[in-house]
Design a protein around this ligand. Structure first.
Ligand SMILES: Nc1ncnc2c1ncn2[C@@H]1O[C@H](COP(=O)(O)OP(=O)(O)OP(=O)(O)O)[C@@H](O)[C@H]1O
Length: 122
């Protein structure tokens, strides 16, 4: 069985986009419990796992715009976001995946979402 070892989240939903805001979860065996009060980011963690593994954006995220941390909160012109995953395959070999995206403020208070690089290191 493949296992998820580590997840890093930056600039997604309530997770800030500055380098000091990066949150990393190291998963434990056989199970990792994610506990927290409402709105603290449990669902976001699951969404990031799915996005990291498949590249699929969460349903209802306005094509990614509401998945990325809202730049209006700190009056920024845009947000850079990144999801990094480390997975061990059946042979115990580590595979790392990194997916980046951004939103930028366009005229008329509209935001454009773009996926940037997606890399996989085996
Ligand atoms: N685009 C965004 N920018 C900034 N914050 C956001 C954005 N989208 C959602 N949020 C915030 O992220 C949080 C959502 O967290 P999430 O739904 O992952 O929490 P949860 O722990 O699963 O909550 P619950 O237990 O209620 O299901 C909320 O506080 C919400 O206000």
């Amino acid at each position: 069985m493949s296992t998820i070892e580590k997840l890093s989240i930056q600039g997604i939903r309530s997770f800030g986009s500055n380098s000091e805001d990066v949150q990393t979860i190291t998963f434990s065996s056989p199970v990792t419990l994610i506990l927290g009060e409402n709105g603290l980011g449990k669902t976001t963690v699951i969404e990031c796992l799915k996005y990291g593994l498949t590249g699929e954006l969460p349903p209802g995220s306005d094509h990614g715009r509401s998945f990325v941390h809202d730049p209006k909160i700190f009056n920024q012109a845009g947000t850079l976001a990144q999801v990094k995953l480390e997975v061990s395959n059946l042979q115990g070999k580590r595979i790392s995946v990194c997916r980046s995206m951004k939103i930028t403020n366009k005229r008329g208070n509209k935001y454009a979402f773009e996926t940037l690089d997606a890399t996989m290191n085996i």
